[in-house]
Design a protein around this ligand. Sequence first.
Ligand code: R5P
Length: 264
Amino acid sequence: MDWGMENRFSRLFDQKSGRTVLFAVDHGYFMGPTTGLEQLDKAVGPLLPYVDALMLTRGALRNYIKPNVDVPIILRVSGGTSILAREWGDLLHEGITVSMEEAIRLNASAVAFSVMVGSRFERDTLLEFTKVIDEAERYGIPTLGVVAVGEGLNRDARYLSLAGRIAAELGARLIKTYYCEEFERVVSTCPVPVVIAGGKKIPEKDALTMAYSAVQAGAVGVDMGRNIFQSEDPVAMIQAVRAIVHKNATPDEAFELFNELKNR
Ligand code: R5P
């Protein structure tokens, strides 16, 4: 890695643990005013001290985050379809939505692009993805590959390792995917670090257990959204997630911390 790439990449991680708690609040790019993010600034502000990097769109960054905030930004640069596109089988059929020049202007530490492996339009998203990677590499900006598999395919180790490996081979510096059984296989067959998405909101203890299992299986951290900002206490939840990622806390210990902070 050259100096600029390495510098931006290392900013995404906690220097002590070498792991990361990325906070994803980019949902509006295809879900509109997602529950918990209606007033994005109010949802994100109290959590910023506990975030290793913030993942969001340029519109959210410009309109909801003050420029003097000291947090690395992972800028979403793909989109083009809404949640409604699921009805006609086009969900995550994404293209480039932000130029690299704009990413640099916004001082992004990384850019994120979603690819859908195993769908009829996988070729479109994979080729657009490589265009972004070429541009990002030119300026020393790491690309986070947000990896999903086509509707109807199981989110299991077989398909997620296939998709993650493809995204890494195409040039992603970091992979974000879903947690699954035998997650070791997804991590060990991927040549770049892997973080997990949280997915739909589940009970806090279950989300903490998932984060723990992922990290124990070799994930370098999480890129969670809804399981933090839709929690009954997001500030307590992110600290509990941090305990797991950065301090190897067990799910029981982290859940105890969550309850303690919540009741304070
Ligand atoms: C999905 O394409 C988006 O990047 C989401 O923001 C992401 O999956 C993380 O959010 P969550 O933890 O809510 O799944």
